[in-house]
Each structure stands twice: as structure tokens, then as C-alpha cells.
Design a protein around this ligand. Structure first.
Ligand SMILES: NCC(=O)CCC(=O)O
Ligand SMILES: [Mg+2]
Length: 323
């Protein structure tokens, strides 16, 4: 034999030397769920070990993440039922929970890249990502609200707005609105290839944002499609997206790779709530080693081509990497 491939696997040292993919804390985006109140830390039933925090405790969390080397957080708020309507009125409130959360996060760790979710579902009495007319989620009227919402987040101090709605044309509308209002340093991370996925289930528990009727298949993508993901992503780049995203992650590694090979902007992937819950549940049953499953999953997502990974395991992963 002239070639023995096992030579490069013989010891931990040699494996470390030739590892092609290395996770670092700055790869992670930590999603944070924010709720009203003081001293509130509520565990999400379908996401064991993950919490909704009130602003004071969110600030502590942001500081801790910063100290661990994590460089970005993605904010989601739980809107009170009485503030929900069909127009996203509360989403534009300059003193709304999201706007206060942005300020609080920037105060807690001024260097942290604060990203914000831009979509109507947390604010919608219908639990849909857009304005509802009859049974339809209307595109263009929704896009106008998303653009205003993005400006409102920028005004509160957001570094990057992250539209997760999958309406057509919203990236251009948001970019133009930011320009018109002189927010020339605010970035856009576009959820470009967001699939209509069952893996978002636990997230909807976290924000109480499950659709009140129907599903999201008229705006989120069909999981049968790959080329369509490329069409969506190329358009978002053309419209001004700074970062593009594929969501979910583990069942879409082929899409991450396709997009990585096709664009020159950074690619992010969202390791979603259902992916978190699956690992947690199997580990609780003693069927999987949680720590190994976490590192293997996140490394695979990066290997597939993700430059950034939004994951509920961000903090745990940094602790594991430090061991
Ligand atoms: N815009 C956020 C989602 O739709 C769901 C995320 C998750 O399931 O983690
Ligand atoms: Mg699109």
C-alpha cells in the first residue's frame, strides 16, 4: 500500500492538525426571547433549558454571551395578546418591547451586533407573517409595514435587521427605507430560503405565535425545492441583502452548500427550535449524547458552508469548545 489514510487519524493531535472545519464563538448568533416584566425567566416547555427573559435578565444574558466571545444576538419579543392586531401596529411603537430590547442589549454590551426579527407574526392577531385579508396574506401592504418596522429598529439602535417573512420585494423596500432615513450603517440579514417547516413548532410555543388558520405555505418555501432557493437568494442579494440565510439547517445542508457556492455574501443558517428540541428530547431519554450531538450538528452546518449559525445551543457550544 502506498496510501494509508488512517495515518492522519491516528491521534487527537494529528486529527486537530488536519481538521477542515473549526467552530469558533464568533460563528454563532444567539437568538433571545424577550418578555415584559422584571426578574422574569420562563422556561419554554418544548425547548428545555431555553428561556424567555425580561429586559433586566436579558441584559445579564447579553453580557454573559459577550464575555464568552459570542458577537451577535437575534432578538425576538413575545407581544401581549391585547397589543396584537392585523396591521402590526405594536411593531412600530417607538417604545415597544422590541425597541426597548434593542436599547437594553446595546447598553449591556455596546460591541455586540444586535440583530432583530422583522416579521409580523409575533404582533399578528392571526399569527401570520403579514397582513391578512380574507384568507390571504397580502404581499405589498405587508412589505410597507416591514420597511417601517426596520427603520424603527434602526432608530432604536439595531445593527442588522433580519426580515424572516418571505414576502416578495421586501429587501429592496427595506434597503430604500433605511437609505431614505439615513441609516446607512444598518445591515440586512435576509431569510432568503426559509422553508415551510414543521421544525418551527417549539418556537411558536415560545412566542405564542402559531398561525390561527391555515399554514405558511403560500409564502414560505416548499421543502421539495432547491433551485427555487437559489432564485430567492440571488434576488435578495440583488435587492441589497448583506447576509443571506437558509432555514432550517440540518435538513437543508444541500441548500446551504448550493447557496455558498453561488453567492459572494456571507451565508447564515438557522438551526431552529425543532432541531434543538429533537436533540434535547433524545438526550433526555438517554438515546443520544447531547454534547456530541451538538458539536457534530453545528460542525456539519459550518462544513456545509454556513459562515454564521443561529442556534439555541450557542452558549452551550462555546462551553463545549472551551473544554
Ligand atoms: N422567524 C423565526 C421562526 O420562524 C422559527 C425559528 C425557530 O423555530 O427556531
Ligand atoms: Mg424572496
Amino acid at each position: 500500500m502506498i496510501r494509508r489514510n488512517r495515518i492522519l487519524r491516528n491521534t487527537p493531535a494529528i486529527r486537530a492538525m488536519v481538521a477542515e472545519t473549526i467552530l469558533t464563538p464568533a460563528d454563532f448568533i444567539a437568538p433571545l426571547f424577550v418578555t415584559e416584566g422584571k426578574g422574569v425567566k420562563e422556561e419554554i416547555a418544548s425547548m428545555p433549558g431555553y428561556y424567555r427573559h425580561s429586559l433586566d435578565l436579558m441584559a445579564k444574558e447579553v453580557k454573559e454571551l459577550w464575555q464568552l466571545g459570542i458577537r451577535s444576538v437575534l432578538l425576538f419579543i413575545k407581544c401581549a395578546d391585547e397589543l396584537k392586531d392585523n396591521k402590526g401596529t405594536e411593531a412600530l411603537n417607538p417604545d415597544g418591547l422590541m425597541q426597548r430590547a434593542i436599547k437594553t442589549a446595546k447598553e449591556a454590551a455596546p460591541g455586540m451586533v444586535v440583530m432583530t426579527d422583522v416579521a409580523l407574526d409575533p404582533y399578528s392577531s392571526f399569527g401570520h407573517d403579514g397582513i391578512v385579508e380574507g384568507e390571504e396574506i397580502v404581499n405589498d401592504a405587508t412589505v410597507n409595514v416591514l420597511a417601517e418596522m426596520s427603520v424603527s429598529h434602526a432608530r432604536a439602535g439595531a445593527d442588522i435587521v433580519a426580515p424572516s417573512d418571505m414576502m416578495d420585494g421586501r429587501i429592496l423596500a427595506i434597503r430604500e427605507a433605511l437609505e431614505d432615513n439615513n441609516f446607512t450603517k444598518t445591515g440586512i440579514m435576509a431569510y432568503s430560503a426559509k422553508y415551510a417547516s414543521c421544525f418551527y413548532g417549539p418556537f411558536r410555543d415560545a412566542l405564542d405565535s402559531a398561525p390561527g388558520f391555515g399554514d405558511k405555505k403560500t409564502y414560505q418555501m416548499d421543502y421539495a425545492n432547491a433551485r427555487e432557493a437559489l432564485k430567492e437568494t440571488l434576488m435578495d442579494v440583488e435587492e441589497g441583502a448583506d447576509i443571506v440565510m437558509v432555514k432550517p439547517a440540518m435538513a437543508y445542508l444541500d441548500i446551504i452548500r448550493l447557496i455558498k457556492d453561488s453567492v459572494t455574501v456571507p451565508v447564515s443558517a438557522y438551526h431552529v427550535s425543532g432541531e434543538y428540541a429533537m436533540i434535547k428530547a433524545a438526550a433526555k431519554m438517554g438515546w443520544l449524547n447531547e454534547e456530541k450531538a451538538v458539536l457534530e450538528s453545528l460542525t456539519s452546518i459550518k462544513r456545509a458552508g454556513a459562515d454564521l449559525i443561529a442556534t439555541y445551543f450557542a452558549k452551550d457550544a462555546v462551553h463545549l469548545l472551551n473544554q
